[in-house]
Each structure stands twice: as structure tokens, then as C-alpha cells.
Unconditional design. Structure first.
Length: 453
């Protein structure tokens, strides 16, 4: 009997152990979104609207979290004053007059509301863009790129889209990386129009374009279609792609020369002029040592800028041609994984910087037994200037700033060419690495403005 009782008790215990008991559900906050929408007042700002109802307590407060672009910091906006209640309509204002936010920047946002009980509820996220009605904007979308322009026929926009998509695919092919969102390309016709989205008082006359990788946007102004499709757009798109996606979590320094070199390498012309400039400098034994290409402690003066860009392109071209684009891509991704550049170079090619320079000089046909030792020079002041460019098929930096710009005929228009598309260094005399590195860290890149027609 005692044995039977023990067995019965044990069976009851086991049955209870495997029986699922009902668990009281955690209290939930029921907030129903009745409507939410945005009201664009570009370029002054956005008003976000929410109409919501709570089935429990009164809604007493609301906040909005806006995430512009790809990796730009979140903006926290507090709702304007409203009367608490079970059903409310609230709004939050994002004033952009002191920020540089181009039109059509993508924005993801969500509301968080607080109830009288103290509990909060995060509402579903919304994706939108900072729309503009300042011009008769046209829009074309590709698989990876969206293009905006005005006052030009659709063929103009299609050519810009094709160039941007081609530049995108080149970077994607080299690295095996794609962006999580399309790159946006915004084309203005006039500089006065272009300046409308700049933070108040910051758009200077020499600026002809800007790439904002954190936002996933590049914006330019001008008329010359060839300049756009062969030089500027693939170059600036490369900056957005590399700095906005591939290097977005990279805290080691990406050398300025390498960052610019891979952007020039992405341009669509034949680079014959860059090649000629490098060959001529090598023949004169005047190549800039690699360790000075970032202008660390040294200086790059105005008349050296064409050769500087030619040289940084040539170094990247050498790696791609001799070791293959796969190795170039591996080098890029290794640096992106926070491996210091010279270590990444050794891991992927077996060379250090000295060996790279010597092998590159030999590849150019001018071998040397050793490379010059970098000399630290005094810091020089920053000087702004407009750097002219040249027609398609020529170097992007053949003229000095004091020389008169060449003339290029765009479809239906005759005017001076725009200025060099080389980002991050435009408008600067390239005096020292601190300035250049600062621009890389900000991940905001400017193009020099074209001269007025």
C-alpha cells in the first residue's frame, strides 16, 4: 500500500511537471496609429504628423526618431505641445536650415508615445524622403541608383543613370559588396540653385558639388554631360559607395591617396592623360614618394595637383593590373576590416609600401634601387581655389588654376567646362594630412565649382 501510494504520488508529480500551466500575459500597450504623414518644406525642414489613439491610458507625450540616409546619426525630435487624451494629433518639426541635407535624402523614422501610466510604445517605422518642389524635378530609378535632375530632357537623366549604374557595378564587382539602399544622384543646373540645400551661410562660390556618404547622396551642378558621365558621377559615386557602405565601420585610417585613387580608378575615360603625366614625372625623377602622397607633414602646391591625382590613380591601376582587381578588392575589404593599410597591403600582395613604390616605378619603366625618405616639412596655410578640368578623354586635371578653362560643348549648350571632380581635396591647396584626414573623417566631399558661363 505504501509502495502504491509512493508510485501514485510520483506519477502525479511527474504529470504536474510536464503539464503546461497558463501564464499571465505581460500587459501590452495598445496604441493604434490612425494616420501618420510628412510635410516637406524643403529646404527649411520637415513636419512629421501623427494621429493616434490609446485603448488604455491617455497619451501624454510623443517623440520622433528620424534616421536620415545610410549612417547619419539619429535625430531625436520632441513633439510640439498638445493636449493629452485618448486620441491625439501631434507633430514634430525638423529644422534643416543649419544642416546640409540634399533633396530626396532617404529618411526612416518612427514615433514613440508615452501614456499617463508611464509606459511607452514604439510605433511602426516609416520610410520616406525629403522631397523638394523648388524645381520641376525629374526622376529615374535603376536597380542600385536613383537620379534626380531638371530643365534637361529625359535622355540627359538616362545618361546620368547609366553612368552612375556603371560606376556602381564596377565597385560592386571589385569588392563583392552591394549597398543596402540605392545611391542617390542629384543634378542641379545652376550654382545658386545648388546652394539651396546647404546649411545657411556655408555654400561658398568655389563649391561645385558634394558627396555625403553618410546620407548616401551625391549632388553636383553644371551643364556638361560628358563631364558628368565620364568623370564626375562615377568618381563621386565611388566615394559614396566606399565611404558610406564599405568603410562605414572602419576606424583605421584609409590613406587619402588610396581613397582618391580608387575613386579616379572608377572614372570611365581612358586615363591616357594621367598615364602621360605619371610617365613624364617618372622620367624627370619627380614622382611624389608614397609616404608623402597623403601630405602628412608636407605640402602639395597647386601646380602639383594634376600629377598628384595622376599618381594616386596610377598606383591603384598598378595593383589592379599586376595583381588583379580581385586582389585590389581584397585589399579594400581588408582595410575595411580595420587592418592598418600597410599591413593589409602586405597580407594581400606580399608588399610593404617601399616594395610597392619600387615595383610600381619599375612597372612604369623607371626602376630605382631605393626610394626617397619622406621629409617632414612645415605646415602650410589652406588656400581655396577652383581647379579646372578638361574634356572627355583628357586628364581630369591638366590645367593649373590660373589657366583659362577649355571649352566643351554639351548637348545644345556651349560653355566653359566644370571643374575637376576629384573629391575631398577640391577647393584646397592640399597642404597637409591633418586637413585631408579631417575631410575623410567627416566623409563629406566637395567638387570645385565650374566657372560661370
Amino acid at each position: 500500500m505504501r509502495r502504491l501510494s509512493f508510485t501514485l504520488i510520483l506519477a502525479l508529480i511527474l504529470a504536474g511537471a510536464f503539464h503546461t500551466l497558463p501564464i499571465a500575459a505581460a500587459p501590452t500597450t495598445e496604441v493604434q496609429v490612425l494616420a501618420q504623414w510628412e510635410e516637406s518644406h524643403f529646404p527649411d525642414g520637415l513636419i512629421f504628423h501623427l494621429r493616434a489613439r490609446s485603448d488604455q491610458d491617455d497619451i501624454v507625450a510623443a517623440r520622433l526618431y528620424a534616421d536620415p540616409g545610410w549612417t547619419e546619426p539619429t535625430r531625436l525630435l520632441t513633439a510640439e505641445s498638445f493636449t493629452p487624451g485618448a486620441e491625439v494629433e501631434v507633430e514634430a518639426v525638423w529644422n534643416t536650415t543649419m544642416e546640409t541635407i540634399p533633396p530626396f535624402t532617404p529618411i526612416a523614422y518612427h514615433w514613440e508615445v508615452e501614456l499617463a501610466s508611464g509606459s511607452t510604445s514604439s510605433l511602426p517605422p516609416v520610410e520616406t524622403e525629403y522631397t523638394s518642389d523648388t524645381h520641376n524635378w525629374q526622376r529615374l530609378e535603376g536597380e542600385d541608383v536613383i537620379v534626380f535632375w531638371y530643365d534637361e530632357p529625359e535622355e540627359f537623366g538616362q545618361a546620368i543613370l547609366d553612368a552612375a549604374q556603371d560606376g556602381y557595378e564596377h565597385v560592386a564587382r571589385i569588392t563583392g559588396v552591394i549597398t543596402s539602399q540605392p545611391v542617390r544622384v542629384v543634378i542641379y543646373r545652376h550654382q545658386s540653385d545648388f546652394c539651396e540645400f546647404y546649411a545657411r551661410g556655408t555654400c561658398e562660390s568655389w563649391i561645385g558639388g558634394v558627396s555625403l556618404p553618410n546620407l548616401g547622396v551625391t549632388a553636383q551642378w553644371g551643364y556638361d554631360l560628358d563631364w558628368f558621365v565620364y568623370d564626375v558621377i562615377p568618381h563621386e559615386l565611388a566615394h559614396v559607395f566606399y565611404m558610406g557602405e564599405i568603410f562605414k565601420n572602419t576606424w583605421v585610417s584609409v590613406p587619402t591617396w588610396f581613397n582618391e585613387g580608387i575613386a579616379v580608378y572608377n572614372e570611365r575615360h581612358d586615363h591616357s592623360q594621367e598615364r602621360a603625366l605619371v610617365q613624364a614625372a617618372a622620367a624627370r625623377d619627380e614622382l611624389i614618394p608614397i609616404r608623402l602622397l597623403g601630405a602628412r607633414g608636407g605640402a602639395i602646391v597647386n601646380d602639383e595637383i594634376p600629377e598628384w591625382y595622376a599618381e594616386v590613380w596610377s598606383l591603384v591601376d598598378y595593383i589592379a593590373e599586376v595583381y588583379g582587381e580581385d586582389t585590389l578588392g581584397e585589399l579594400i575589404l581588408t582595410v575595411a576590416d580595420n587592418v592598418p593599410f600597410e599591413d593589409a597591403l602586405t597580407q594581400t600582395t606580399g608588399m610593404d609600401l617601399v616594395q610597392l613604390e619600387m615595383e610600381w616605378r619599375a612597372w612604369l619603366g623607371y626602376p630605382v634601387e631605393s626610394v626617397p625618405t619622406a621629409i617632414v616639412l612645415p605646415t602650410l596655410p589652406v588656400t581655396q581655389f577652383a581647379l579646372p578640368t578638361s574634356p572627355h578623354g583628357q586628364s581630369v586635371a591638366t590645367s593649373t588654376p590660373s589657366a583659362p578653362p577649355p571649352t566643351v560643348t554639351a548637348p545644345g549648350t556651349s560653355l566653359p567646362t566644370c571643374c575637376s571632380p576629384c573629391s575631398g581635396l577640391f577647393g584646397l591647396a592640399l597642404p597637409l594630412a591633418g586637413v585631408l584626414g579631417w575631410r575623410v573623417a567627416r566623409r563629406s566631399r566637395h567638387t570645385a565649382a565650374p566657372p560661370s558661363p
